[in-house]
Design a protein around this ligand. Structure first.
Ligand SMILES: [Zn+2]
Length: 348
């Protein structure tokens, strides 16, 4: 037994001396002290050792165990010291030194820049910004906005529904919001008229991506509720927006359009900035571009938001941010905005 012990002692002292890395040292430590390691295995044999011999072997076992532990710890310290020294001697090069190129500063994405512009624009009119979740309930995204299940209007939004079968949730009807209008019920419930609130952010639809469509896109929307709010306000706000963003000469035109949560609903056109209304390729010869959707908030929606439609009226007005960014900067393909192409993004 004593011999076996001394053999382990010599063997592991040599091995410790030869190790070069912390990982090797860890392996050594486990082979020695770990469960079923060499010392563990040896101690299991103690029960067969005669009592007299055990009196001698016991203390020796402890002594050698301690010695080996200390030697491994010391070696660990030595290796660490070597690592620190080599790190101190290492010289870090920064890219501009290596390439000789001048340092390049980044900037906000054109869509973000544009969003900041719009927010400032409506802040001037007293609108405050709010937020709504990108994953929302079917109720907040559709039902509360007069779009019950199986309503044909649902076909207007190709929706990403979320499979919740494996989760214990209060509702199993979750989706990626198809529009920022999921903020409407929250805005109405959380505020008392006069309400001037704007919201913006990412929305999702199950669409094939092409030059004018993306499955992931940004929307901006305002909700304005007060006494005697009318279509006149809608016309004014549309013109205020277009003139501020696209230029003073731009006019706004309201055209009847169906959205279930407004009554009446309108498509909002801007006179074409490219041909000044004469008709060109961009506006398909019409002189107008449809840029926003809006309308008077439906009395049913107001009621669900806790607002008396006999006392108050409101407008909702929304625009696709990427579409406006394209128009403002003359970008031809919507997909380039999310391409991550620095050459393209560097232009803005
Ligand atoms: Zn045109």
């Amino acid at each position: 037994m004593e011999e076996k012990l001394k053999k382990i002692q010599q063997d592991f002292l040599n091995k410790t001396k030869d190790t070069k890395t912390l990982a090797q040292l860890d392996e050594l430590f486990i082979a020695l002290f770990g469960k079923n390691g060499q010392l563990d295995e040896l101690s299991k044999q103690f029960k067969d050792v005669p009592k007299d011999e055990l009196k001698k072997v016991g203390p020796l076992f402890n002594q050698i165990k301690q010695q080996l532990e200390i030697s491994i710890n010391e070696k660990r310290g030595t290796i660490r010291k070597q690592i620190y020294q080599s790190l101190q001697n290492e010289k870090f090069e920064i890219p501009s030194e290596r390439t000789g190129r001048k340092e390049k500063k980044g900037h906000l994405h054109p869509v973000t820049q544009f969003e900041e512009d719009i927010v400032k624009l409506f802040e001037k009119l007293g609108f405050v910004q709010t937020d709504a979740p990108q994953i929302d309930t079917d109720y907040n995204n559709f039902e509360v906005l007069n779009i019950p299940e199986n309503h044909p209007a649902r076909d207007l939004w190709d929706t990403f529904y979320i499979d919740t079968t494996n989760y214990k949730l209060q509702t199993n009807k979750l989706l990626l919001r198809t529009h920022t209008s999921n903020a409407q019920i929250r805005i109405l419930k959380n505020n008392k008229p006069p309400i001037r609130v704007m919201t913006l952010g990412r929305c999702f639809r199950y669409e094939n991506a092409d030059a004018r469509h993306e499955h992931t896109f940004e929307q901006f929307e305002i909700v304005y509720v007060d006494k005697d709010v009318s279509m006149t306000h809608l016309q004014y706000l549309s013109e205020y927006f277009f003139k501020s963003i696209l230029g003073k000469g731009i006019q706004a035109r309201l055209r009847p359009k169906y959205y279930p949560f407004v009554e009446p609903g309108v498509g909002v056109d801007a006179s074409c900035a490219f041909c000044k209304g004469k008709g060109c390729k961009v506006c398909a010869g019409t002189g107008w571009l449809e840029l926003a959707g809006a309308g008077m908030i439906h009395p049913g929606v107001l009621t669900r938001g806790g607002i008396d439609p006999d006392q108050y009226s409101g407008i909702a007005w929304g625009v696709g941010i990427e579409r406006m960014t394209m128009l403002k900067y003359g970008i031809e393909d919507l997909r380039s905005l999310k391409s991550g192409d620095l050459k393209f993004l560097g232009r803005f």
